[in-house]
Design a protein. Structure first.
Length: 121
């Protein structure tokens, strides 16, 4: 595997890892985006992951994400990120419960809030 100046690693002329971003079916994904990587059935809320890297093999895309601990902030109707753990998970694009990256708002005091549109749990 060779790494190129644009941050991509290629093997047999296929992009295997991209350290910056990728477009999948018209949706842009970047390192640092937050994705809903699962659903916590007990709490009835999404589990978010912060994208660390992306891999592609042919038509299959996979994200490596660090799990974010969030709480629902009802007054903002958003999920507040309490911290991002070192725990990592790998999730295929086709397995995401919601395919769009979360909208992110960071307040002046550094709090991060995540919003997702139209996700039904």
């Amino acid at each position: 595997m060779k790494e190129y100046a644009d941050g991509q690693e290629k093997e047999n002329n296929l992009i295997v890892k991209n350290k910056h971003g990728v477009s999948i079916l018209g949706t842009e994904y970047r390192v640092g985006d937050y994705l809903a990587v699962g659903v916590n059935e007990t709490l009835g809320q999404p589990v978010f992951g912060k994208v660390k890297s992306m891999e592609c093999r042919g038509d299959s895309y996979q994200f490596t994400c660090c799990i974010a601990d969030t709480i629902f902030a009802s007054h903002y109707h958003a999920y507040q990120v309490m911290y991002v753990s070192d725990e990592q998970t790998a999730v295929k694009h086709s397995d995401l419960p919601y395919h769009l990256p979360a909208s992110l708002v960071q307040t002046e005091n550094g709090h991060i809030f995540l919003c997702i549109r139209h996700m039904i749990l």
